[in-house]
Design a binder for this molecule. Structure first.
Ligand SMILES: C[C@H](N)C(=O)N[C@@H](CCCCN)C(=O)O
Length: 475
């Protein structure tokens, strides 16, 4: 067979980067909704009398269905059985549905007067929407990972994953920076909760940024159909080139193979520790800026938004370094060290200057570029391609325990460490600032554990020869 005959659609640079661009739009919208409420925490407290625990419950809902109902694991199996086209459409549809429910709940503060399972129904219904959305965005995440491996394996895989994450981080950045101005711009007279009573009052529209996110998600859903047509063409070209589907189909016994692989566990534990120290932090970062660094609520999102901003450039850059030079395990360890450093300084009850926060957030951005750009392209070095959907879903499942549990823990610890805040709210007196020392110590502890697991992973790589320290691009 001649070289020309063996060429497929993925050998075309324009086609594979075009495919990446399209799926990145869907994920951009997903990441926007994921963090859109983060800068709105102080508003949720002032408009609807949410406590930090309420906010923690709502934020943790992201993982409820993924963790307790195993939705992510089903998602991974569906992905390996049904393929990326079906799973991609399904997951982006679920994102739209979840966002719709969340919007409905937030626009109905009358739900505040009821409770469901001991939680204010307003909080509970918003959480249900977020939980459904969480299933969609997580399954979309594993689908996109598999799509990237399909198009880029043996080429610029880490760079491609880095670029996709960079676009997604743009969504996070917008979600941190835009909601407060949007909510303020669309201020209106609406129902608010004041001293436990529902009153009609002029105030910022917390629901406006969610409506914006909903529209973005619908656009992401539509654009995924364009990807579907490209994927069909890729499969056709693979079939023609005769080089396709030499892979064994997925079997349930593969799950046993994945979970008995020590490398898999190390990367999964590193993943949950690392992401639990960054993503839940983002949910509280704007509030931290108000309470620790004395920033105005309207400007508080600016410093945290520098975190994803840096990753826009650095994630593809580090991905490119991994592709060409290797050193994946080392990059993950350095990232974990940075996490420990940053959160330790945040936890100190001194240095409460805004420029210190800027420097720390920039360093955190470097960590958030180093670890993911090395971690995700390392998974296909440990797990065979036909088991990747399931492996990614298992890793995401383990990670979701952290994404669910840590925000809840932080909200609870915040309330427990600052009882005077709840007291002041109940008495209608001036509300004091939150002391964030204990929550930040929890984040620092996660960083320390991540360093240890990163080192164990590097040792295992040496023993098993996964090639985590080797370049991805095959010469
Ligand atoms: C939150 C989500 N489960 C996640 O881990 N996202 C990663 C990207 C994973 C993509 C793997 N190709 C992130 O860093 O945003």
């Amino acid at each position: 067979m001649t070289e020309a005959l063996r060429l497929t659609l993925r050998d075309s640079k324009a086609a594979r980067w075009g495919a990446l661009g399209i799926i990145s739009i869907t994920m951009f919208a997903g990441y926007f909704l994921t963090d859109v409420m983060s800068p709105l925490k102080p508003m949720l407290e002032s408009e609807f009398a949410w406590s930090s625990t309420n906010y923690g419950i709502f934020t943790s809902a992201y993982g409820w269905l993924n963790v307790f109902f195993g939705m992510l694991i089903f998602g991974g199996i569906i992905l390996d059985k049904m393929g990326v086209r079906f799973t991609g459409i399904m997951s982006s549809g679920i994102m739209v549905l979840g966002a719709g429910i969340k919007y409905w709940a937030i626009t109905n503060p009358t739900l505040v007067t009821d409770t469901t399972f001991g939680i204010h129904t307003h909080v509970f219904m918003a959480a249900v929407g977020f939980a459904i959305f969480g299933v969609g965005v997580e399954i979309a995440g594993i689908t996109v990972s598999k799509i990237i491996v399909k198009w880029f394996k043996g080429n610029e895989m880490a760079l491609a994953m880095g670029m996709q994450m960079a676009v997604a981080r743009l969504g996070t950045m917008l979600a941190i920076a835009a909601p407060v101005p949007l909510a303020t711009y669309f201020s209106s007279v609406h129902t608010q909760v004041v001293n436990g009573e529902l009153v009609e009052k002029m105030g910022p529209s917390v629901s406006a940024p969610i409506a914006f996110a909903f529209v973005l998600l619908v656009i992401g859903f539509i654009t995924f159909f364009i990807y579907v047509s490209m994927d069909k063409k890729l499969d056709a070209s693979l079939a023609e080139s005769n080089g396709t589907d030499s892979e064994e189909p997925f079997k349930f016994s593969d799950i046993g193979r994945i979970v008995t692989n020590k490398g898999f566990w190390l990367i999964a534990v590193l993943c949950v520790l690392f992401y639990s120290s960054v993503f839940p932090f983002i949910k509280y970062a704007s509030d931290l800026m108000v309470n620790k660094y004395g920033l105005d609520q309207n400007l508080a999102g600016i410093i945290p938004s520098l975190l994803p901003l840096g990753t826009l450039f650095l994630t593809p850059l580090f991905g490119g370094v991994y592709d060409k030079k290797g050193k994946g395990a080392t990059m993950m360890i350095i990232g974990a060290v940075l996490i420990l450093l940053v959160h330790s300084v945040f936890s100190l009850p001194i240095l409460n200057y805004w420029f210190v926060a800027v420097v720390l957030v920039i360093i955190l951005g470097i960590a958030l570029s180093l670890v993911p750009s090395a971690m995700w392209p390392s998974v296909p070095k440990i797990i065979p391609e036909n088991q990747l959907g399931t492996a990614f879903s298992l890793i995401f499942w383990i990670q979701n325990w952290g994404l669910m549990g840590i925000p809840l823990l932080i909200g609870y610890v915040l309330d427990q460490s600052n009882p005077e805040v709840a007291l002041a709210k109940a008495n209608g007196t001036a509300v004091p600032l939150y002391d964030y020392t204990n929550p930040m110590l929890i984040f620092a502890g996660l960083g320390l554990l991540a360093i240890i697991v990163g080192m164990l992973l590097k040792m295992e790589d040496k023993k098993k020869g996964y090639g985590l320290e080797l370049p991805n691009i095959q010469k």
